[in-house]
Design a protein around this ligand. Structure first.
Ligand SMILES: Cc1ncc(C[n+]2csc(CCOP(=O)(O)OP(=O)(O)O)c2C)c(N)n1
Ligand SMILES: [Mg+2]
Length: 611
């Protein structure tokens, strides 16, 4: 057996570069590149290896480790988990800056390979700069923070360990059920240590999406349940997109007449013109989808993890629940019956078994009526403001939808916008909706938009972001300019945390610490977002109203680089239409009568006395 003498970091990089993936008959590298912010913990080891390998594995520099990890994760989500990126950092703060992003990837089940530097395996210089010393456990480092938010965690303390660790990492990243973040902590000294690696270790390997076929009995039970259902409903989650099952879903829904409601992660699988699509479901759902959910005697969850926004904190579904999912973890949730299997494989089987079967005309008529009502509600929700009044977020959402390309992808994550988008955004092309609502992490938007653009530079990417989220993490705006990855960013400035302010009001609280004006201050900041965005290299302008926004969108679409359009919106407004109750616990004791009243209402809800 021939051996090649390389440092651990060199071997690692060489191995990553030859991992390939086959998607629809086309083979390409699985890792699209490496995001890197160097420090003493990775510059000499991993940094040297990446510089040598620039031709086979591109390296990208970012401004913030969390931001670059958001870009990597968004890349994987937009690539429907077929491809991923790597993130390498120094030890200590650089590494722990990625922990929030690791949690985001974990919740959303998205693949990303984290390579944080780690303390010396030899302990020679202990405590090395930035080492978090544990008084009682010498094996602990700051990177242990990644453990609960990694699907696979490993610490490389000897160079030959990667021969075992890397294939295991790939197996997790590419498995539909186990998929999520993998963290390999790279001890600083070990990165630089040489070893005689077998040449065969660096043979290119092609990974393919595994499609688990359904168990015959589980499938037969679901077919029987559908046949005897009077009012069946499909709830689609992100699994539909990751399984690339959108065409099969569209066909099955059309043929059977079973209506489809979508979660935040599942939105984007069907386009707005699909006759069976009822729109978003749950707390931020449309009235059509939620009426169907309440009336359904059979709810079929397809590739969804049933988080509380989907189920209205478990108060929305009344019928029998069946979970179609490739992950065991999701199958028995909320007392559901399970069909384990790849979503596409299961839908194909259902289509075959139910050929010729259709929902009853009564259920179809009920759905058509509620769809017509929801269409009218859309017009009310997105109405233009009266002269001189600030627009609602909903009016801005509708204008952005009108003013962007058919192939545009809208990107969002936190604030009031995800709710408005879930209800109102008309998906015009598959994958055109990218809202991270598993972790709903403020600061995902711009960095995430960058990752979405990198996944498919031919698509227009429009990032919708609140002032709060923008201020929390905006620095990858400069990276988007630097890399020529053009974004259209629409920044809705309502001068504070508008959605939490509304939630505070709804739970009886007084306006406190959410809007800037309600927060402790000596001078109210009047933040010039246009100047800020310009300072990072973007084109920026302020739109005074919806008409100006539409004109600015035309300019932004023609521009040669990232543009930021700022528009003031009314913090008090959110769409009244649709929606469902959300369990947010209200204090049992308070000096405020409003809180006491909200508590009484909350208890009535919990007791099921109030709908
Ligand atoms: C990292 C992070 N911190 C806190 C929250 C809780 N949170 C959700 S929305 C929000 C306010 C967002 O403000 P902004 O982006 O201006 O949107 P708006 O609510 O005004 O629409 C907060 C603080 C969060 N989701 N993520
Ligand atoms: Mg705001």
């Amino acid at each position: 057996m021939t051996h090649i003498r390389l440092t651990m970091a060199q071997a690692l990089v060489r191995w990553l570069a030859v991992q390939r993936v086959e998607v629809d008959g086309v083979e390409q590298p699985y890792f699209a590149g490496v995001w890197a912010i160097f420090g003493h913990g990775n510059v000499a080891g991993v940094g040297e290896a990446l510089a040598e390998a620039e031709d086979i594995l591109p390296t990208y520099r970012a401004h913030n480790e969390q931001g670059m990890a958001h870009a990597a994760i968004a890349f994987a989500k937009a690539s429907r988990r077929q491809r991923a990126m790597v993130c390498t950092t120094s030890i200590g703060p650089g590494a722990t800056n990625m922990v929030t992003a690791a949690a985001l990837a974990h919740v959303n089940r998205l693949p990303v390979l984290f390579l944080p530097g780690d303390i010396y395996a030899s302990r020679r210089p202990d405590p090395v700069l930035q080492q978090v010393e544990d008084f009682g456990d010498a094996t602990v480092s700051a990177n242990d923070c990644f453990r609960p938010v990694s699907r696979l965690f490993d610490r490389i303390t000897r160079p030959e360990q990667i021969i075992d660790a890397l294939p295991r990492a790939m197996a997790v990243l590419t498995d539909p059920a186990a998929c999520g973040p993998v963290t390999l902590c790279l001890c600083q000294d070990v990165q630089a240590e040489a070893y005689d690696y077998p040449e065969a270790f660096f043979e290119p390997r092609v990974w393919r999406q595994r499609r688990v076929q359904a168990d015959a009995d589980e499938l037969a039970a679901l077919v029987a349940a559908i046949r005897s259902a009077k009012a069946p409903l499909i709830v689609v989650g992100g699994g539909v997109l990751y399984s690339r099952a959108e065409a099969e879903l569209a066909k099955f829904a059309a043929a059977s007449g079973i209506p489809v409601a979508e979660t935040q992660a599942g939105k984007g699988a069907l386009t707005v013109d699909h006759p069976q699509l009822l729109g978003g479901i749950g707390v931020t759902g449309t009235s059509a989808a939620n009426a169907a959910a309440a009336a359904a005697d059979l709810v079929i969850g397809v590739g969804t993890r049933l988080q509380d926004f989907t189920t209205g904190s478990r108060t929305l579904f009344r019928g029998q629940l069946v979970q179609v999912n490739v992950a065991l973890h999701d199958l028995a949730k909320h007392g559901a019956a399970g069909v384990m299997g790849d979503v596409r494989a299961v839908i194909e089987s259902l289509g075959g078994a139910l050929a010729g079967w259709q929902v009853s005309p009564a259920w179809r008529a009920e759905l058509d009526a509620s769809k017509a009502r929801a269409a009218a509600e859309y017009e009310t929700a997105t109405v233009l403001p009266a002269d001189g009044a600030l627009p609602s977020d909903a009016a801005v959402v509708a204008a952005v939808a009108r003013g962007t390309a058919e192939n545009a992808v809208v990107v969002c994550a936190a604030g009031g916008l995800p709710g408005e988008l879930h209800k109102l955004w008309p998906t015009r092309s598959v994958g055109g909706y990218h809202v991270e609502y598993g972790y709903s992490c403020m600061g995902y938007e711009i960095a995430g938009g960058l990752g979405v653009k990198m996944a498919d530079p031919a698509r227009e990417v429009v990032v919708m972001v609140g002032d709060g989220s923008y201020l929390m993490l905006n620095s990858e705006l400069a990276t988007s300019v630097m890399l020529g990855m053009k974004l259209i960013v629409v920044l809705l400035d309502n001068r504070g945390f508008g959605c939490i302010n509304r939630l505070q009001h709804a739970t009886g609280g007084r306006p406190f610490n959410n809007m800037l004006a309600d927060s402790r201050h000596v001078r109210l900041p009047d933040i010039d977002f246009v100047a800020h965005a310009k300072s990072l290299g973007a084109i920026a302008e302020k739109a005074g109203d919806i008409a100006e926004l539409e004109a600015a969108l035309v300019r932004a679409r023609e521009a040669d680089r990232t543009s930021v359009i700022v528009i003031d919106t009314d913090a008090a407004l959110s769409s009244e239409v649709g929606g469902h109750w959300w369990d947010v616990a209200v204090p049992e004791i308070s000096s405020r009568a409003e809180v006491a009243a909200a508590r009484r209402e909350y208890e009535a809800r919990l007791a099921g006395e109030k709908e």
